[in-house]
Design a protein around this ligand. Structure first.
Ligand code: TRP
Length: 327
């Protein structure tokens, strides 16, 4: 039986952090045997929020792809490709944009939230409002069955289904209806307890050296009621404990006991946790160093991925042209 398809995508944001790893990348790596995966660098999506800074996109792309490879994406099994290098994305986006109303796009909670955060309110661009339509093109161009996303992106995938269904109603069965595949991992907090993100500056990069990891971990907020070393603590509200669970699973129950009893102080706990995170990152950093050194390998990966993607995309557009009778 043919493997089910997955389309995963990220905007090129440069070097990735632990939040990306736990929330997305590890999941992508785990899925690559069971499914046929395509990995998209959504560079045109950057234009929606960062329209003027296009010159830095190639560098951000390179850094991100290196982290994907370092995390264990196998580019032979799972092509890695660049949205803007497969022009069919733009063609399909144009067609799909006729199948959705402006009020429907304005109702999308993720777009609303972004417009609010960026202070755009009613100055949002036509392209920005339509980014879930471009995302739909990204997905259905590859006839993806599943799209691994976080909670926040679920409304987009619902819209993708609606749009694909609408196309099929008008021009006949052409597209598969994609489904969101929710990532199960609890979100990884930063040292301040907020979701780890570059914009908040509370992140640990996958390429961060032990000194930097230690600096961030030592700055973390633990249980505020645990003031002295031997005060009993509550791991449930401790950011360091959230990291221990992920990066030090073997010792986590002992740590929990010792924190609750007051035997383990926060400073010792943090030092140990920082070491565990760096140990965890060491093999990734080794692979990263390889690709930093042999950048032509990264270029080959992308060139190969673009070719694979173009074949799929051209196939689908052939069907679209047939169905519509134009193009
Ligand atoms: N919109 C996603 C984001 O902002 C990136 C993205 C673009 C994407 N196209 C996609 C994600 C297709 C999944 C599938 O992060």
């Amino acid at each position: 039986m043919e493997k089910k398809r997955i389309l995963s995508g990220m905007r090129p944001t440069g070097k990735l952090h632990l939040g990306h790893l736990v929330g997305a990348l590890e999941n992508w790596v785990n899925l690559q045997n069971e499914y046929q995966n395509f990995h998209l660098v959504a560079d045109w999506h950057v234009l929606t929020t960062d329209t003027q800074n296009t010159a830095k996109i190639p560098e951000l792309t390179r850094e991100m792809v290196i982290d994907w490879l370092a995390a264990g994406i196998d580019p032979e099994k799972s092509p890695i490709f660049i949205q803007s290098q497969v022009k069919e994305h733009a063609e399909l986006f144009l067609i799909l944009s006729m199948l959705v109303t402006v009020p429907r796009l304005q109702r999308n909670p993720a777009v609303k939230e972004q417009a609010k955060v960026l202070n755009l309110e009613d100055r949002i661009s036509y392209g920005h409002l339509g980014y879930p339509v471009l995302q739909t093109a990204d997905i259905i161009l590859y006839q993806a069955d599943l799209v691994p996303v976080g909670e926040d992106q679920v409304p987009h995938i619902e819209l993708s289904r609606e749009i694909a269904r609408k196309f099929n109603q008008i021009w006949g069965e052409t597209f598969k209806l994609p489904q969101a595949k929710l990532t199960q991992f609890p979100r990884l907090p930063g040292p301040d307890g907020n979701k780890m993100s570059k914009s908040l500056g509370n992140h640990i990069l996958l390429c961060d050296k032990p000194e930097r990891v230690r600096e961030v971990v030592m700055s973390a907020i633990t249980d505020p009621a645990k003031i002295r070393r031997n005060d009993p603590g509550n791991p449930d509200i401790c950011n360091v404990f959230a990291w221990q669970k992920k990066f030090n699973p073997g010792e986590v129950s002992q740590i929990e006991t010792d924190c609750r009893s007051g035997k383990l102080g926060c400073v010792a706990d943090k030092k140990h946790c920082a070491e565990k995170i760096s140990e965890f990152l060491a093999p990734l950093q080794e692979r990263r160093a390889h690709f930093e050194k042999f950048q032509d390998e990264v270029e080959d990966v992308i060139r190969y991925g673009n070719e694979r993607a173009r074949i799929e995309a051209a196939n689908t557009m052939e069907k679209v042209h047939q169905a519509m009778g134009i193009g």
